[in-house]
Design a protein around this ligand. Structure first.
Ligand code: GDP
Length: 167
């Protein structure tokens, strides 16, 4: 089955986004990778597609060795997974691009992986802040505004998925 990957810093709202777009239809299971500190979660949606929840990055508390572990796990998944059709790179609309986000974006481009940037938690910003936040993110890529709270962007994310892969 085709797979759609979700990437982002810890606490960016990745789980909330996956739940919002999967609705009640998701059937989750966990793929525990032996010897790893992190795991990759697969959510089967409608029996026709997998949403792949990749471990969040960017916790300063995580020791360096674990960060390397993270990079190996993510890179291995992204590189080897033939069924991967599209990745969503999720940014916090209030924070915009952080160094690790840009690293990941550059990696996706260098490896010719299609991706869509999402600006999450839009409901936390007022109108002026929303414009400023989106403008800052546009310096590197056009973002899709999203809020798990209001449901803004759910339809657009599904459109991006169906455009990439005819379900
Ligand atoms: P993850 O670590 O990236 O999976 O992030 P979570 O989905 O667990 O969200 C982290 C925190 O941000 C939680 O307290 C969520 O309730 C909150 N959050 C996530 N998405 C939104 C959103 O769209 N709007 C608001 N207001 N809060 C959000």
């Amino acid at each position: 089955m085709p797979e759609i990957a979700f990437l982002g810093r810890s606490n960016v709202g990745k789980s909330s986004l996956i739940n919002a777009i999967a609705g009640q239809k998701g059937l989750a299971f966990t793929s525990n990778t032996p010897g790893r500190t992190q795991s990759i979660n697969f959510y089967r949606v409608d029996g026709r597609i997998y949403f792949v929840d990749l471990p969040g990055y960017g916790y300063a508390r995580v020791p360096l060795a674990s960060k390397d572990e993270w990079a190996r796990l993510i890179e291995h998944y992204l590189q080897e997974r033939k069924t991967l059709k599209l990745s969503f790179l999720i940014l916090d609309a209030r924070r915009g691009w952080m160094e690790k986000d840009l690293d990941l974006k550059n990696w996706l481009e260098a490896n010719h992986h299609p991706y869509v940037v999402v600006a999450s938690k839009m409901d936390k910003l007022n109108q002026a802040e929303q414009q400023r936040g989106l403008k800052a993110i546009r310096q590197h890529a056009e973002p899709l505004p999203f809020s798990a709270l209001t449901g803004r962007g759910v339809r657009e994310i599904w459109q991006a998925i169906t455009k990439t892969h005819q379900l």
